[in-house]
Design a protein around this ligand. Structure first.
Ligand code: CO
Length: 135
């Protein structure tokens, strides 16, 4: 298992992209709208890992997160071979999970989340990119 990306909730995507370009000088960014989750997603490639910026386009989990906690760390994602197995193992080991079945994330990736309760306050994402497609 290796670190895939760190998810950060932001209020203003354009502003965040501009600020992080100046602060971190990421190599490139790809953007997508995930209508079903009412969120705009940008992946910033930085060396071996990525930053995933999330900004709300309507009512949804990210809007709720921002309202309750403000901007900042939303989740930490780990690349796994088998998302279904990873989430089933977590549940079998007594962890509370958000998804019992993997959901489709941005760019057709597979994702499943472990609840921050029981994971020391961090929402953990098991993540697998679709095929060999590198966005
Ligand atoms: Co993510």
């Amino acid at each position: 298992m290796k670190l895939s990306h760190v998810g950060i909730a932001v209020l203003d995507m354009d502003r965040a992209l501009e600020d992080y370009a100046r602060l971190l000088g990421y190599e490139k960014s790809d953007e997508v709208l995930v209508e079903s989750e009412h969120v705009r997603v940008a992946m910033l490639k930085m060396g071996n890992a990525e930053l995933e910026l999330l900004s709300p386009t309507g009512d949804g989990a990210v809007a709720k997160f921002l309202k309750e906690k403000g901007e900042g760390l939303h989740h930490v994602a780990f690349e796994v071979e088998d998302v279904q197995k990873a989430i089933a193992d977590a549940e079998r080991n007594g962890f509370r999970v958000v998804d019992k079945v993997p959901r489709e994330g941005a760019w057709g990736a597979e994702a499943a989340f472990v609840h921050p309760k029981g994971a020391h306050g961090i929402l953990i994402e098991y993540y697998k990119k679709k095929g060999k497609v590198n966005r």
